[in-house]
Design a protein around this ligand. Structure first.
Ligand SMILES: Cc1cc2nc3c(=O)[nH]c(=O)nc-3n(C[C@H](O)[C@H](O)[C@H](O)COP(=O)(O)OP(=O)(O)OC[C@H]3O[C@@H](n4cnc5c(N)ncnc54)[C@H](O)[C@@H]3O)c2cc1C
Length: 306
């Protein structure tokens, strides 16, 4: 059970930093609490008493949304559900809607935030691979000498290991910015121990843009999580596919390439097999959503990887 004496809901970043300074060493940041509550409840941390919880979800900047042709900026407290609410965000970030579809259930999706998922840095946190594929940068802020100072870094450098990030004491994750990739097809595949409310053992995000002929790859972006301590971009596979014609043989060769990356100590053979199938399924689904028809992707091939 999680106990707190005071629950604060600052209305601005300034207020949040002042509260953090006033309660230094006795407070914890909370957004949707969907990681914090189970951590405190399931005996992982036992009975937890945190004197002050500081809820950052009412801060307008944490809920910001800006979309232009090139970049998307979203506040850290953006709930996962927002990627399913309307077409505009999904169109700009085609890697996210399928991730949201497979994320928990309606109730959790409405509370759980992207920022909480990133800061929690679970080895298989679902938002991280699609955002890495979108070249996401995180923005961190702190208050020093009365002024709010900000720094940015790429998401794949921010995540340092299981539950470890580059966030420093007194910092908040305020926003993330990533490439807007309208016209790409996106997919997200994950596997876990059960079918509903599944926490990923491994997951992959694929983004594909077809060339003008519709028969070749113009661009490919792939990122995986759950096969090593940190999520990884599959740059060698991307390079192998970029500007190449689409064929079953090429897809199968691509799916073989990342298998050696599986570093997990448990269930290696299983994870390797899953990864091979994942890359195929991720690419096939992304190609379909990018507009590749049955003349490019044989329906039998698709059927064998559903
Ligand atoms: C039933 C259930 C199903 C789930 N399913 C999935 C799933 O399918 N996929 C998945 O990836 N996860 C899943 N989760 C885990 C969880 O929902 C996500 O990781 C979620 O995104 C966490 O966000 P939150 O806002 O709830 O984080 P919180 O629990 O509020 O916070 C998590 C951590 O991040 C810190 N934090 C939060 N926001 C900030 C910020 N802006 N700046 C600095 N620090 C911050 C908090 O201090 C805390 O340490 C599930 C959880 C439950 C309970």
């Amino acid at each position: 059970m999680l106990h707190c004496d005071t629950y604060l809901t600052p209305a601005s970043l300034d207020e949040a930093f002042d509260a953090m300074a006033a309660h230094q060493g006795r407070c914890r940041i909370v957004a949707g609490a969907t990681d914090l509550l189970p951590w405190a409840r399931e005996g992982r941390a036992g009975d937890v008493s945190i004197p002050v919880l500081i809820d950052i979800t009412r801060i307008p900047e944490m809920n910001e949304r800006r979309i232009d042709d090139k970049r998307v900026r979203l506040g850290a407290a953006t709930p996962i559900q927002r990627f399913l609410d309307g077409p505009s965000l999904g169109r700009a970030l085609p890697g996210m809607p399928r991730c949201a579809v497979w994320f928990a259930d309606d109730q959790i999706r409405e509370s759980a935030t992207v920022g909480g998922n990133i800061v929690n840095a679970s080895p298989a946190g679902d938002c991280i691979p699609p955002l890495i594929a979108h070249e996401a940068e995180v923005e961190l802020a702190a208050k020093r000498d009365g002024k709010i100072v900000r720094r940015r870094m790429k998401l794949d450098q921010f995540v340092r290991g299981p539950s470890r990030t580059a966030i420093e004491e007194g910092e908040l994750l305020t926003a993330f910015e990533c490439d807007a990739l309208a016209g790409y097809g996106g997919s997200f595949e994950k596997v876990g121990h059960r079918r509903s409310l599944v926490i990923s053992v491994a997951c992959i995000a694929a983004l594909v843009k077809l060339d003008d002929s519709g028969r070749g790859f113009e661009d490919v972006r792939l990122a995986i999580a759950g096969v090593g301590p940190v999520p990884q971009r599959l740059s060698d596979v991307e390079e192998f596919l970029r500007a190449a014609p689409i064929s079953q043989e090429r897809l199968e060769q691509a799916a073989e390439m990342p298998v050696a990356r599986v570093q997990s100590r448990t269930r290696q053979a299983y994870r390797r097999e899953v990864l091979r199938g994942f890359v195929m399924r991720g690419l096939i689904n992304a190609l379909r959503r990018a507009g590749a028809g049955p003349e490019i992707l044989a329906p039998e091939l698709e059927a064998s990887y559903v």
